[in-house]
Design a binder for this molecule. Structure first.
Ligand code: C2E
Ligand code: CA
Ligand code: CA
Ligand code: CA
Length: 281
């Protein structure tokens, strides 16, 4: 480290040591949680915007921790990514979500076309067997592949463009759809986007928040929606909390919406009940 103009080499930096120990402990904790089946999946409805009808759900990871209670993903996903455990955890979430939603499709009359969106981390894309993992989850659950949406972030697309294009085509060949998550927060240019086989743009909540309050925000949202239309993609607006946002986005031609206005994420049982209510007799 450089301090006060002098070059000093520290052989032992206690703070780095502490960080390494904490990282190792976090990894052990995550492994323990995974082995004890503490990671569960919550689901948040995705609705058709004009009508509000439930058309799908997004699978969201939760950690049912024996001491800490229900832990939100912001508190463990980044760590799981750093330690590489996201690969095993992501495969687990994928399996569980495909099985649970396939069961709703079978058991709830009218719900056979309900879709499930699953988040994939960039780290999972570095695994040579990602496509095999997805194929196995589809086959084992018996879910119709075209009802599965894999959500990936813009930053993932920018990492290794050629390899990512190949993998996305392989995934698409399985029959699944690809969504770009948190769209607008990254750096994708139009020309880049055209190279990737994608089906859906999920417009980040940051663009939705101010649309009814700020004309600049509204203009930006309109531009993002226009981009989706130009690329012939369907669009999902994230984080809709107010009815006037729903109306405005619907008028702009956004296909789908997701947010607390419609429903918060819930347990498999809670959301299955909601699906039943939506489709039931
Ligand atoms: P995301 O993929 O953008 O998921 C949407 C997040 O926005 C969820 O937070 C959801 O609960 C929240 N949300 C939805 N509607 C509203 C709303 O109207 N208002 C507000 N304030 N928030 C809303 P959650 O479940 O805490 O997940 C946070 C992030 O963690 C996700 O953001 C995703 O990036 C990551 N994540 C969750 N599950 C997984 C997973 O299985 N794998 C990976 N790789 N990442 C995951
Ligand atoms: Ca997502
Ligand atoms: Ca998102
Ligand atoms: Ca987000």
């Amino acid at each position: 480290a450089k301090a006060g103009g002098r070059d000093r080499i520290s052989v032992f930096d206690p703070s780095m040591y502490t960080a390494a120990v904490m990282e190792a402990e976090a990894r052990t904790e995550l492994e323990r949680g995974l082995a004890n089946d503490e990671f569960v999946v919550n689901y948040q409805p995705i609705v058709d915007l004009p009508s509000g009808k439930l058309v799908g759900v997004e699978a969201l990871a939760r950690w049912q921790h024996p001491e800490r209670g229900l832990v939100a993903p912001d508190a463990f996903i980044a760590q799981a990514e750093r330690t590489g455990l996201i690969v095993a955890l992501g495969a687990h979430i994928l399996r569980v979500a495909c099985h649970e939603v396939a069961r709703w499709q079978r058991e709830i009359p009218g719900a056979e076309n309900v879709r499930v969106s699953i988040n994939l981390s960039a780290r999972q894309f570095q695994e040579a067997d990602l496509v095999d993992t997805v194929r196995a989850a589809l086959t084992d659950s018996g879910i119709r592949p075209d009802l599965v949406v894999l959500e990936i972030t813009e930053s993932l697309l920018m990492q290794d463009v050629d390899a990512t294009v190949v993998t996305l085509h392989e995934l698409r060949d399985l029959g699944v759809r690809i969504a770009i998550d948190d769209f607008g927060t990254g750096y994708s240019s139009l020309s880049y986007l055209r190279r990737f086989p994608i089906d859906i743009l999920k417009i980040d909540k940051a663009f939705i928040d101010g649309i009814t309050l700020d004309s600049d925000d509204a203009t930006l949202a309109e531009a993002v929606v226009g981009l989706g239309k130009a690329l012939r993609l369907s669009t999902v607006a994230e984080g809709i909390e107010h009815i006037d946002q729903q109306e405005m986005l619907s008028d702009l031609g956004v296909t789908y919406g997701q947010g607390y206005l419609f429903a918060r994420p819930g347990t498999a049982d809670e959301i299955a009940a909601m699906v039943r209510e939506h489709y039931g007799p």
